[in-house]
Design a protein around this ligand. Structure first.
Ligand code: ZN
Length: 372
């Protein structure tokens, strides 16, 4: 477990590769973003694309924006409707555990001038899928991530809407290979290798309890369907600099509300507030990769220049990320399992390369924050 020399990400986080100077791929990507990318040119490139699709739209919509109810959704809708004067259709894959605040923020973004489709799966199929994803992949949010992609792509095909405007490019923001960081497109190949899906599409989750028909809502249109619909799928974060704080400030001006009780996890009170399972998804990363949401948020703050590395390290050393007991209880109630079963399952995902047992048989990470 080695940490980046500039931010606080360890190389155990997926996508983080340290270069010969000990600098991580996300920091290299950020430097590229701020120094080498001509953002004015990228914006002009975006305007050209949008103008082309404005002319094409003959169904009442010229693009689709997948929205969840978070700050980025509000920012994306604001930019498309108010700044670029597009006529988007907003689409949501409805999480099982949508929070009242997530709902409120979704209701608010419609006021920016979009129609909104909220697509929800059958509750029993969803519960089985979430359970299976938690037990087999250690990620209760995997069905949500798959649903976001599938309902968005399928809606684009069905409504014949030729452009999908995604938000951030995770490879650009959190680290990835050069070719991934600079790829503005999202296609089937991208989906099966990234996007928090662990390389698995709906077909790979079929078993005796879940048929492909049950899972239809999670299936991605075929390459042929996508090709004949001529859908272009791009990331707004490729064309406009993506910064969570800036997105939040813009979203807040148009009615987005942050958590009234402070951050759910990590540093930001404006993030991770539209679902409770996302909190568990973040918490499991401690077992899998030895990181918490604080590592992600602090690294973003250091890269943006709002925090020094020393300040970030100080927070990590003095502040321990909370154990999300309330969310775990909710999750166990939802799956109808005992809390002890939750912890047993979680134990399967503990990464033994970074976690060791001390003489009292307690787990600890010998290299946690070492050298920071
Ligand atoms: Zn870094």
């Amino acid at each position: 477990m080695e940490y980046c020399k500039r931010c606080v990400q360890p190389d155990t986080r997926p996508g983080i590769i340290l270069n010969y100077e000990g600098v991580c791929s996300a920091c290299v990507g950020h430097e590229e973003k701020t120094k080498r990318i001509d953002w004015k040119a990228r914006r002009r490139e975006l305007e050209l694309i949008l103008n082309k699709f404005k002319a094409k739209g003959d169904t009442g919509y010229d693009c689709i924006i997948p929205v969840s109810g978070g700050k980025d959704s509000t920012y994306q809708v604001y930019m498309m409707t108010q700044v670029f004067k597009m006529r988007p259709l907003a689409v949501t894959y409805r999480y099982a555990d949508r929070t009242p605040l997530g709902q409120k923020n979704l209701d608010n973004l419609r006021k920016l001038g979009v129609d909104h489709i909220d697509i929800a799966p059958k509750p029993e199929v969803e519960r089985k899928f979430i359970r299976k994803a938690f037990i087999e992949a250690g990620d209760p949010c995997l069905p949500d991530h798959l649903g976001i992609f599938s309902v968005t792509l399928r809606t684009a095909v069905n409504y014949k809407i030729p452009l999908i405007m995604w938000g951030e490019n995770p490879q650009l923001e959190y680290g990835g290979k050069d070719e991934e960081r600079n790829n503005p497109y999202l296609d089937r190949k991208w989906l099966s290798s990234h996007g928090c899906l662990q390389g698995k599409l709906a077909e790979d989750w079929v078993d005796k309890d879940l048929s492909l028909k049950d899972l239809f809502i999670y299936t991605i249109p075929s390459d042929e369907e996508l090709a004949s619909a001529r859908i272009q799928s791009i990331f707004l974060g490729y064309y406009l600099q993506w910064d969570p704080l800036q997105n939040y400030e813009i979203a807040k001006k148009v009615g987005f509300e942050e958590s009234p009780d402070g951050p759910k996890m990590g540093l930001y009170d404006f993030a991770d507030l539209d679902s409770t399972n996302i909190i568990i998804h973040h918490y499991i990363k401690l077992h899998k990769f030895g990181i918490t949401r604080l590592h992600d948020n602090i690294s973003v703050e250091i890269r943006s220049g709002r925090m020094t590395r020393e300040e970030g390290v100080e927070i990590l050393k003095s502040k321990e990320e909370r154990v999300p007991t309330y969310e775990i209880q909710q999750f166990c109630d939802y799956l109808n399992i005992k809390e002890s079963e939750f912890w047993e399952q979680l134990e399967k995902f503990r990464n033994k390369d970074i976690w060791k047992k001390d003489t009292d048989s307690n787990w600890y990470m010998p290299n946690y924050l070492k050298g920071l």
